[in-house]
Design a protein around this ligand. Structure first.
Ligand code: 26V
Length: 791
């Protein structure tokens, strides 16, 4: 077959024509963006053939689909990943080289699609890549936010938020499907199950192609946008504003408890539209609604898409005329729920008043579900107290997680420890009632983006040792283990790190003016800013190091230089988190400018940490900071990206760290701090006195004193210090001594090069389990049972 990506000459010919067609320019006159847009357009157009054959295959063979409902998909840039998965990266790179251009440079002009907050959204993006690469018919369903996750700037040490106008220039990978628009009703009132006088909003899908790894499979992520309904002749400004607002912005908040009507509106919009489009498709293919469960699984990513449950009930009963029991059976066989947090404050609840006003019929259905559920529990002899804990509606609010657990056939956690805690503690009532529903699916990351794409240097080292089969089946990366002590391989890995550090140093220098020492240990903590993730513990330790280096010559002599790098966004309304960012920046200014220590110790807070920045940071790391209070981090996925790129974890036995240590060996990580069980017991006994640590540990007193010098107003950071002394819910004070010890151990280990690079290689070699290909294969095996597409 002859096509434009066949070889560099055919590609060059097509590219020059397209550039002329799109921008009326010759290549030497085109801007960087025009060169990018031309490449993306011809690739996107080219992919249409595979997209069509995938769709046709799935339809012709009546394959079951999974619709992955997620309010967030943190896609990042797509050009390189699409080119690589399509198998055309080297042809394009060669052609560009002939012209004197660098493909990486072109990539820089694509906007980073930041339709998510953090781990949950990035996981969804990795899942799309893995499912398509495993030839599974999985499709994403979400919202097309006009503004993604805010752009962070640091001004005066503080975080300032700016809007992310990522759609400023056309998003080339999307295609508007006007013909598949649906109308979604809000408000109104109910008369005999009929919704009277609702306000209609038109939902229009934009499909973004998702390219499987060299298997000809192209699926999509469907993003819903809102437009005024076609049902009205006249629309006033208030209505038009409401319509626009629904898909205006992503909530920059992990907090789902803000009670905002708008967020509930977003949730219903993409849930109802997604269900409607699945049912439309199901019928178009000539199938009966009663067989829905044979053709679809709706995976509910956290509780944000919970409303698909009552919505599906509504469609089946009110529109399709099924009885309650029959509808309930279908819902129960199609919906599956993934839980991503045990933090009680993160469990979504909606005020009944708001809920009923916005979604009166949906509320009625949930009330009916609740009535029947309570009756079932009563008949099983449950106590009043237990029933109250489990019911779907509390005194004031609708409980989304309870609805999901009650109505889904599968409930999964995202790491072994997390699922264990759900079963034994947080969701124990439900686990006793439905033990068969509960299962674990440890998270993963796509090694195509997080190794092949971002670290070609490491990829080629592995290729040279193992051939390239491991790229398709990451479990084969285990073959590296036998080179762990090999001096030559160790030095190759060390050189790879140095190369990646130099690239990062340059970027950080350009962004912040801080020049980092390339021989130092690169110690990196990149993730959302949350108290439970304990960036505060990290900065307290850095201050301790700084003070010690200044006064202890012997310590200084034995200390290997260390660069501490942070990247984190705080929710705009999260006062404590923003205070911690300011504290890190204020401390870094003093530390970086102190001639006594600044050859040895630097601290950098990178601005606007996002997927694109992450791609520079992970490969350059030596130490991966995973220091959450044990039991609080459901899984973590950054920990896996570091490991795969040869960093050693310094962390607590929390989330997937437990499995990382299990895979790599305890001797190949630096573990510290209280265990999840100890934390739980401490909370239960109510006996935690953080002030004791302050009184007994001079290091803490010195750190506090230093913090009081960081601002012209000595009480400026007192809200942080007082919290540590008087409450410290996340046990920073309790784990401080143990963390200091762990850090000292890591610094010493690094100085023993043979041991260190052995550890690094052992981490890479044992990261195979953490590919999201494995995660997706397990979801499919246990929950979805999809048949792969085999052309
Ligand atoms: C929400 C909230 C809201 C209230 C304040 C505290 C708080 C803390 C965390 C959250 C997160 C909710 C869901 C979430 O993003 N979970 C993350 O999911 C990742 C993918 O499974 C997982 O790796 C992370 O450990 C988990 O935090």
């Amino acid at each position: 077959m002859n096509h434009i990506f066949e070889n560099k000459e055919t590609f060059k010919g097509a590219y020059v024509l397209a550039l002329n067609h799109l921008f009326a320019k010759k290549i030497e006159n085109a801007t960087l963006y025009e060169r990018y847009a031309t490449l993306a357009s011809i690739l996107d157009t080219h992919l249409k053939t595979d997209y069509r054959s995938t769709t046709e295959y799935v339809e012709k063979n009546n394959l079951k689909k999974t619709i992955y409902f997620s309010m967030e998909f943190l896609m990042g840039r797509l050009i390189t990943s699409n080119l690589m998965n399509a198998g055309y990266a080297s042809v394009v790179k060669e052609a560009f080289k002939d012209w004197g251009y660098d493909l990486n440079e072109i990539e820089q002009t694509e906007s980073d699609a930041g339709l998510g907050n953090g781990g949950l959204g990035r996981l969804a993006a990795c899942f799309l890549d893995s499912a398509a690469s495993l030839s599974l018919p999985l499709y994403g369903n979400s919202l097309r936010y006009q503004h993604g996750f805010f752009v962070q700037k640091i001004e005066n040490n503080k975080q300032v938020e700016y809007p992310d106008n990522w759609l400023e220039r056309p998003f080339i990978w999307e295609e508007k499907k006007e013909d598949e628009a649906v109308e979604v009703p809000f408000f109104g009132y109910v008369e005999n199950i009929r919704l009277i006088d609702p306000v209609w909003v038109r939902a229009i899908p934009y499909d973004v192609k998702v390219v499987g790894a060299q298997n000809g499979v192209v699926t999509h992520l469907r993003l819903w946008s809102t437009e005024p309904s076609k049902k009205y002749h006249y629309q006033d400004q208030a209505y038009l504003n409401m319509v626009k607002n629904i898909t205006d912005s992503l909530y920059p908040d992990d907090s789902t408890e803000d009670g905002k009507l708008l967020r509930l509106q977003q949730q219903y919009l993409f849930s109802a539209a997604g269900i409607k489009s699945a049912i439309n498709e199901h019928k178009r293919l000539g199938r009966d609604v009663r067989s829905l469960a044979d053709y679809y699984t709706f995976q509910i990513n956290d509780t944000h898409p919970t409303l698909i449950i009552p919505e599906l009930m509504r469609v089946l009963m009110d529109e399709e005329g099924l009885g309650y029991d029959e509808a309930w059976q279908i819902v129960n066989k199609t919906c599956a729920y993934t839980n991503h947090t045990i933090l009680a404050e993160a469990l979504e609840k909606w005020n009944i008043k708001i809920f009923r006003r916005l979604l009166p019929r949906i509320y009625e259905i949930i009330a009916e579900m609740n009535k029947r559920f309570i009756a079932e529990l009563v008949s099983k002899g449950y106590s009043q107290e237990k029933i109250y804990r489990m019911q779907l509606i509390g005194v004031n609010n609708v409980r989304m997680a309870n609805i999901c657990i009650n109505a889904s056939f599968s409930v999964n956690g995202v790491a072994a420890l997390h699922t264990d805690i759900l079963k034994k503690i947080e969701l124990n009532d439900f686990y006793q009632l439905y033990p068969e529903k509960f299962n674990n699916k440890t998270n993963g990351i796509t090694h195509r983006r997080w190794l092949l794409h971002i670290n070609p240097e490491l990829t080629s080292i592995i290729d040279s040792l193992l051939g390239s089969k491991w790229q398709k089946d990451l479990s084969l990366i285990k073959g590296l283990e036998k080179y762990a002590n090999d001096a030559k391989v160790q030095s190759q890995i060390k050189d790879m790190k140095l190369t990646k550090k130099r690239i990062l140093i340059k970027r950080i220098y350009e962004d912040t003016g801080v020049m980092l020492n390339e021989n130092a240990i690169f110690d990196i903590q990149i993730k959302r800013l949350h108290e439970y993730k304990r960036q505060l513990l990290n900065i307290l330790h850095i201050i301790y190091l700084y003070l010690r280096l200044k006064k202890d010559a012997e310590f200084k002599k034995n200390f290997h230089p260390q660069n501490f790098i942070f990247g984190a966004k705080a929710a705009p309304s999260y006062h404590m988190a923003k205070g911690i960012i300011e504290l890190i920046n204020a401390a870094s200014k003093v530390i970086n400018n102190d001639k006594d220590t600044n050859e040895l110790l630097k601290v950098v807070f990178v601005e606007n940490y996002n997927v694109t920045y992450a791609e520079f940071l992970f490969p350059a790391a030596d130490l991966s900071e995973q220091i959450s209070t044990a039991s609080k981090e459901a899984s973590g996925t950054g920990n896996m990206k570091f490991m795969l790129n040869g960093a050693v974890t310094i962390g607590t036995m929390d989330g997937a760290n437990v499995e990382i240590v299990e895979q790599a060996g305890k001797e190949n990580a630096v573990i510290f701090g209280m265990s999840a069980e100890e934390v739980t017991t401490l909370y239960k006994n109510n006996g935690y006195k953080p002030r004791k640590y302050y009184d007994e540990d001079k290091r803490l007193r010195d750190i506090f004193e230093f913090i009081r010098t960081l601002n012209s107003n000595p009480t400026h950071f007192d809200f942080i210090l007082h919290n540590l002394l008087n409450s410290d819910y996340f046990l920073v004070m309790a784990d401080f001594a143990s963390y200091v010890e762990a850090q000292a151990k890591a610094n010493k280990l690094y100085q023993d090069a043979k041991t260190w690079w052995r550890m690094s290689i052992m981490n890479i070699a044992n990261a195979g389990f953490f590919t999201s290909d494995r995660t997706i294969a397990q979801y499919n095996e246990d929950i979805w049972h999809l048949t792969p597409i085999t052309f």
